[in-house]
Write a protein that binds this ligand. Sequence first.
Ligand SMILES: [Zn+2]
Ligand SMILES: [Zn+2]
Ligand SMILES: [Zn+2]
Length: 138
Amino acid sequence: MRTTSIKNLLKSRNLKSTALRISLLEIMSNLGKAVSYQEIQNSLINFDRITLYRTLNTFIERGIFHKIILEDHQSFYALCSMECSTEGHQHQHVHFQCNQCKEVSCLETKEPIQLAISNYFVDDIEITASGLCQNCQD
Ligand SMILES: [Zn+2]
Ligand SMILES: [Zn+2]
Ligand SMILES: [Zn+2]
């Protein structure tokens, strides 16, 4: 993502372009995968823990990032697609963790995910899958 598009994205979500917000979006778009909290911390040179924590939460609230919590309670963050907005997240994908390289990715499914449960209204489905990623299959 170019800096201008990052600024436009922040503006569209009514957020000021602060240095930390821009760096976070740059890191995420450059890596192009889900990133652990540790990796985010390691990629930032100068930051304040509380500000980083707040910024991540703001991004989640505004539909810019989403949080992935895996079985071992490790948190990962990933960029949202354009369907997510300040109104809410619109996710229809699976979170996959590779057993070998431990990378986490957001995967679109071939068919839309549908869950039919009588008498309940489901508006959010969280699916995590594990196995071998494309890189580790060779
Ligand atoms: Zn989202
Ligand atoms: Zn892998
Ligand atoms: Zn995702």
